[in-house]
Write a protein that binds this ligand. Sequence first.
Ligand code: BGC
Length: 451
Amino acid sequence: MKREKSMLLIVFLFLSSLINQNAYSKEKEDLNFPKGFLWGTATSAYQVEGGIKNDWSKNGLDAGKAANHFEEFDNDFKIAKSLGNNAYRMSIEWARIEPEKDQWNQEGVDFYKKIFKSLKKHGLKPMVTIHHFTNPIWTEKFGGWENKEIIERFAKFTTFLAKTFGDDIDLWLTFNEPNVYALKSFATGDWPPFKKDRQITLYVMNNILKAHAEAYRILHEFDKTDADGDGIACEVGFAQHIAVLEPFWVLNPLDHLMTYFQNKVFNEAFWDACTTGKFDLFIPGLKSINEPFNEKLKNSMDFVGFNYYTRWFIKANGDNVPNEKGELTDMKWEIYPIGLGKSIQLANNYAKKRNLPIYITEVGLSDPNDSKRGKYIVTHTKSMLDEIKKGSNVKGFMFWSLMDNFELADGYGPKFGLMTIDRKIKPSAYIYKEISETNSITEKLAEKYLK
Ligand code: BGC
């Protein structure tokens, strides 16, 4: 009888442990990313390399030695690898390759060849941007992006890159943030050529779209080699900047109207045009853009790529302000992880129509004492994971940036890096490492940052 009782007790304990286990695993959320997910950091040539002479250095925004990546690239990639990364986003500086019109600089080619060799050695898949805000000085002579001559020049440059580096690159971005470039350089006057003309801004957007369409076809024509043996020779897209835009005052219909226009022009116009092949823009007070259908522009994205940083509230007069009640960075950008999820949803409207993958090409913050970055990384990757689970085919995430660097018109003030310019690895880098190495948000990180 005693034996039977103890047997019963054992069976009872065993069964209840099963039930408990079940309850636990039901509670535990699966925080794994899809197999083969790309984890990387992002940089741009002018912001990190050093020693570049282009339209920025000529016009008072000289990056000087920048982060001296020109000399330190091999060690930088070693560090990126040690952080568990398997990808790296970078750009090729046009002025290094074509410093004078139609003169192709062998030294520049050799430098990038060394870069690609080193990336390969360290197991980092390159994602390469062709235009990241800067231009060779000679393009100023004909008015740069204001003049349609730039389209042909950009096409020539792209042809050269495709023929020279096609063996090294499978993932191409024609432009980084064409919306931000057009706005900052031609509407707000912050970046070269410092114009403040909204009408010209629309013409520039039009020229960029045409240049992108040409580049898309050129890359597919001349890059037929599969650099990493995954069966895909060449995928082309661009890095759109998505800002979550919401009306300042929900009860003001004029705030809503302005938010609607800004969403159309800033967030959606480029993706719409690259999907439909039509570029139409109506902005009150400006001459409308109504381009004829462009066959080359239609479906000119193999993936939907975007950079996300923050949310802005829009006022009827067009001003944008951060959420003062939210957590802000030193640049007064709101830390808003849900915004990444919302941006993925917007990207997915375009991606799902043609079964395209999505790449997050930049996410990051300036955080001089690295006190917010760790949590930021966990909450943003979680927001991305939630969208992946809902069905968005996100295939990679590039954190901006590997190291502190030349933050454009703000110089060396802001600090976006996972390491300092003298290559001190910041604590947050180890959090990114934990995620990329395990391809998941570990229980430890979830416990600490997601509760
Ligand atoms: C740009 C980067 C820039 C970063 C932080 C992005 O908009 O692509 O070049 O450094 O934001 O401002």
